[in-house]
Design a protein around this ligand. Structure first.
Ligand SMILES: Nc1ncnc2c1ncn2[C@@H]1O[C@H](COP(=O)(O)OP(=O)(O)OP(=O)(O)O)[C@@H](O)[C@H]1O
Ligand SMILES: [Mg+2]
Length: 373
């Protein structure tokens, strides 16, 4: 089921083509991520002013928020051409990376996607390249390998990851800039959709695009995908023009609800409430109950449910909130056990913020062991 999700934030099927077709080409076309953009502008202007390449940049955030897009735009702005592209898993050995590094010209941008999946041996090989622009390459042969030191041109590495937590500290420290992507607001998504419909030649009436934006899980990739499905519906069942009513009908058929939740989100919350009395439940246990991979739940289901306050993460596991239960018409269970004597079960009727605070690291203390989270 996960792979076929209409609202999956992950790339699928023809997304590659759509992503490319609808991808903003320059900084002006990029919408949202304001604080990130401001810091990036300053860094780029400063580097340009000094006539130097940009320092290495780490981009992290959930899938579909624009990391690859931004890497392309940065390369274009700084060098007038696209980045050299590689991905963590594709760089299996030192020689793979070596082949890329030695062909880079001064100022070139090397983009490594999924950088948290670089094999350790390649990662360590990358350190001196990032820091001192040189590599110690081992040439195999004879009894033992011969180590040759190569000087590299001064390049900019842009690393992207959906799992910043999985990066080693050593890797993270070698980036001069670290930019975190946030989910987009409905207004920002509406604007992105306006641009996309123009490019796709889709006509829409007032309010239609914001209806799509509301169901897009804060994610431009999802927004663009929904737009295409709504366009199909409008073409076949209406006169081709998008209206709020057409959007609502089209997405109802696709079983995407008014908050952008689909079957998999509902299954997650239902399992949490029905099987684990609302939680706390460990992610492994939930994955087993649902017959899903843990990674699928962590990458594609949880981030948005956490974002909208339908689920909270505690040291003991995942917990359904009153809001989440109310949305799906599920019974709300008071959390059974407060982890600390001072935290009293029953004061959970508050807002999402109250609940988040209740379970913050600070309030829970740092000494619990055997966390199931
Ligand atoms: N700021 C933005 N403004 C307009 N469109 C955007 C923006 N960010 C992303 N998009 C759209 O969303 C699509 C997906 O973005 P992108 O491929 O860059 O995401 P990503 O963060 O690299 O995802 P993944 O983690 O899956 O690689 C883009 O092709 C583009 O159409
Ligand atoms: Mg990407």
């Amino acid at each position: 089921m996960a792979r076929d999700r209409l609202i999956s934030t992950q790339r699928r099927g023809d997304d590659e083509r759509v992503d490319t077709a609808l991808r903003p080409r320059n900084l002006r076309e990029l919408i949202g991520q304001r604080s990130l953009m401001e810091r990036l502008h300053i860094a780029m202007e400063a580097a340009k002013g000094r006539g130097e390449p940009l320092e290495h940049i780490l981009l992290d955030g959930p899938p579909g928020l624009g990391k690859t897009t931004l890497a392309h735009v940065i390369a274009k702005e700084m060098t007038g051409k696209g980045p050299r592209i590689a991905s963590g898993p594709s760089l299996a050995k030192q020689a793979d990376l070596m082949a890329l590094l030695t062909t880079l010209e001064t100022g070139d941008v090397l983009f490594i996607d999924e950088i948290h999946r670089l094999p350790r041996i390649v990662e360590e090989f990358l350190y001196p390249a990032m820091e001192d622009f040189r590599v110690d390459f081992t040439i195999e042969g004879g009894m033992s390998g011969r180590v040759v030191n190569f000087a590299l041109k001064r390049f900019t590495l842009i690393g992207a990851t959906t799992r910043a937590g999985m990066l080693t500290g050593a890797m993270r420290d070698r980036f001069g800039h670290s930019f975190h992507f946030e989910f987009y607001t409905t207004e920002e998504l509406t604007e992105i959709l306006r641009g996309s419909s123009k490019r796709l030649g889709v006509e829409s009436r007032e309010g239609a695009l914001s209806e799509i934006a509301l169901r897009s899980r804060g994610t431009p990739r999802v927004a663009n995908r929904l737009l295409k499905r709504v366009r199909d519906y409008a073409q076949v069942r209406a006169d081709g023009v998008l209206t709020s009513v057409v959007v609502a009908k089209a997405l109802e058929i696709q079983q995407v609800d008014d908050l952008g939740l689909d079957e998999l989100d509902r299954a997650f919350l239902t399992a949490l409430v029905r099987t684990y009395s609302g939680g706390p439940a460990g992610i492994e246990a939930l994955a087993a109950t649902m017959g899903q991979e843990r990674d699928t739940l962590e990458d594609l289901v949880e981030p948005y449910l956490l974002q909208i306050g339908f689920v909270i993460r505690t040291r003991a596991g995942r917990q359904a909130t009153l809001r989440g239960c109310a949305h799906l018409g599920l019974p709300f269970h008071e959390p059974a056990v407060a982890e600390r004597g001072s935290v009293v079960a029953g004061i959970f009727r508050g807002s999402r913020v109250d609940q988040a605070e209740l379970y913050s690291e600070e309030n829970l203390g740092g000494d619990e062991s055997g966390s199931a989270v």
